[in-house]
Design a protein around this ligand. Structure first.
Ligand code: C2E
Ligand code: MG
Ligand code: MG
Length: 595
């Protein structure tokens, strides 16, 4: 039985004049069939009196239903996806109950023969007789799986990180917002991989991506039920609801990285730092929770990384103190209260002063002269560091000018350049030009950088900047050597003139033989690649003697002179002839050769 005559006879498409009814019926039926075929619709009807459904050929094809098998009402209900049955029943009942003329729904079929799931759009209408009584339902169905799948793909792409398939930042924030709106307690776990940048820089971004993917898989396996995101870079986040314990989750995540990962046939021991925060402590809003977890993460890193820390309100207080220090320090720089003091560097054999290091001091109107310890917080603030760099250079240039004018010989003056300063485009040229303005030549200048400058930026960019300093005639020293990567690669790869052995090694040399052995080893190694060596923080004659014995070239420390203001430089004489036996019977002198 065809569905279409029933539709025509009973309703939706209107009654025809009796005389032409037969011909017109035929013509309209043909037109409708054409329209139905062209639209890709599959139609059905359901006789309310008999309870018998009729499916068009197209619908049977769509359902993969064999032509010969009879169709019963139960068949249809079995085909509707179990999760969607309620909405279809509700729409159907509303229509039969007179609340609606018909319905339009999108839902799923599970095809009985192949088990395939199909998304369909369905339009249904109730047909009434001339007395207005419902006699049948007619419907049309269209396979919309392709469209829904495409929409789903778009939604996934919009919500997920392309590399790991985890939620992206925006989608994660939305989940946080929903958790917050639900009003329950919830927690956040923020994860940052330690030293990920190094992998990226040494093995390339491709290997970095593979590493992130491998880590995401480990995390996923460790916490399969949590809402997990990659917020960007090497930062991951987990949202825990319904009483999930963030400390326990942090433990699982760390354990999941216990065994090393293999990337491009290299094995990597990967570690992470974790910050956690719960809405009960940090406040319910997503912003406050994110900030709190971020602070906890910062604390975990500050405490030495590869560990987890939970947010505590004191962390917020500390941040507020930090902001206050930064604000007052910026102001102090603007008020020209920050100036360099100069600490001598001496030749360990002759005792002659070979130069000075410019060290920032805050000459505070009430608190006296403050060392960087008092404004350490400003070191992580880019704006403060750039302002400090400019202030120190400006004062150093005028101080050096005045020393030159006074006929003083002072060797090279070393300026510490922060990682933020080093990243300023054209820094080498700006630096040299700045001193040139005061007639101070590059042969009187040295820059001190730490190894993280070489690691944090792109290595090739760092090499290029250093090359420009060198080409301009400025010497380069690697500061605090031994506290960071202490990498031989850095010594080989970058055009460095000297390394400064960190004070911590020197301090322990007298007590700890292994420290003296390390220092001797570093000196030999540096000499073998043509670098000179300066020891920092030399405080005792014994330390100076051990260093001299090991062949160390230069030294700097309270033994020879503390950092002093510019006015003290002309009168400065080192109070410590170094090797009394070998000293040539005079006090260490300021170097010759600066004009
Ligand atoms: P640094 O560049 O390694 O400077 C050496 C530090 O050791 C200085 O600390 C100096 O006063 C201290 N020192 C020197 N001899 C001795 C000694 O015999 N015993 C002990 N215990 N300490 C000694 P200071 O001046 O407090 O500076 C600390 C750090 O702050 C510097 O370490 C440097 O990294 C940074 N810094 C200082 N001034 C500047 C600056 O103008 N710009 C930048 N970017 N960083 C600066
Ligand atoms: Mg230094
Ligand atoms: Mg140092």
């Amino acid at each position: 039985m065809s569905l279409l005559p029933a539709v025509l006879a009973h309703g939706q498409f209107g009654h025809l004049p009796p005389t032409q009814e037969k011909d017109q019926n035929f013509l309209t039926e043909e037109r409708l069939r054409l329209a139905v075929e062209a639209s890709g619709l599959a139609v059905w009807e359901f006789d309310l009196a008999t309870g018998k459904p009729v499916w068009s050929r197209e619908l049977k094809l769509l359902m993969e239903w064999p032509e010969v098998l009879p169709v019963m009402d139960e068949v249809f209900w079995n085909i509707v996806h179990p999760e969607d049955r309620d909405i279809v029943v509700a729409a159907y009942d509303a229509m039969l109950g007179g609340d609606a003329q018909g319905y339009h729904l999108e839902y799923r079929y599970v095809l009985p023969l192949s088990g395939r799931t199909l998304w369909v759009a369905e339009w249904a209408r109730l047909v009434r007789d001339s007395d207005g009584l419902p006699i049948r339902v007619v419907g049309a169905v269209k396979d919309v799986s392709k469209r829904i799948e495409a929409e789903e793909r778009l939604r996934l792409a919009a919500e997920h990180d392309a590399l790991t398939g985890l939620y992206n930042r925006a989608a994660f924030k939305e989940r946080l917002r929903q958790a917050c709106d639900a009003g329950h307690e919830y927690s956040l776990v923020l994860v940052d991989l330690d030293d990920f940048k190094q992998v990226n820089d040494t093995l390339g971004h491709d290997a970095g991506d593979q590493l992130l993917l491998a880590v995401a898989k480990r995390f996923r396996a460790a916490c399969p039920d949590s809402t997990m995101a990659r917020l960007g870079g090497d930062e991951f986040a987990l949202l825990l609801e319904a009483g999930g314990d963030p400390d326990e989750v942090a433990g699982h995540l760390m354990n999941s990285l216990d065994s090393s990962l293999e990337i491009k046939s290299n094995r990597f021991a990967v570690h992470c730092s974790i910050g956690t925060a719960s809405s009960s402590v940090a406040g319910k809003s997503p912003e406050s929770l994110l900030r709190a977890a971020d602070l906890a993460l910062y604390a975990a890193k500050g405490a030495g990384r590869s560990r987890a820390a939970a947010f505590a309100p004191e962390m917020l207080a500390r941040v507020e103190r930090r902001s206050a220090v930064i604000a007052t320090f910026r102001e102090a720089v603007a008020l020209e209260q920050v100036e360099p003091h100069y600490q001598p560097k001496v030749d360990l054999r002759s005792g002659d002063v070979v130069g000075f290091e410019a060290l920032a001091r805050w000459v505070h109107p009430d608190r006296g002269t403050l060392t960087p310890q008092a404004f350490g917080d400003a070191f992580s603030d880019a704006t403060s560091m750039l302002a400090l760099g400019r202030a120190v250079c400006r004062r150093a240039a005028t101080d050096m000018r005045s020393w030159l004018d006074a006929g003083l010989r002072f060797g090279r003056v070393a300026i510490n350049i922060s990682p933020q300063g080093f990243a300023v485009p054209g820094i080498a040229e700006i630096f040299v030009a700045h001193f040139a303005e005061q007639g101070v030549g590059p042969e009187l200048l040295e820059v001190e950088i730490t190894e993280n400058v070489l690691v944090e930026g792109h290595a090739c960019q760092a090499a290029e900047v250093l090359r420009r300093f060198k080409e301009a005639g400025v010497q380069i020293a690697l500061d605090d050597f031994g506290t960071g990567y202490a990498s031989l690669i850095h010594l080989k790869r970058f055009p460095i003139d000297a390394i400064k052995i960190d004070r911590s090694f020197i301090a322990d040399m007298e007590r700890d033989r292994s420290d003296s052995a390390i220092v001797a080893g570093v000196i030999a190694m540096a000499h073998s690649v043509g670098l000179s060596v300066i020891a920092e923080g030399v405080e005792t004659d014994r330390q100076a003697a051990i260093l001299r014995e090991a062949g160390c070239d230069h030294a700097q420390g309270f033994l020879f002179g503390a950092p002093m203001p510019t006015v003290a430089i002309p009168g400065f004489r080192s109070n410590r002839p170094l090797d009394r036996a070998s000293s040539r019977g005079h006090e260490p002198r300021l170097p010759s050769g600066n004009r």
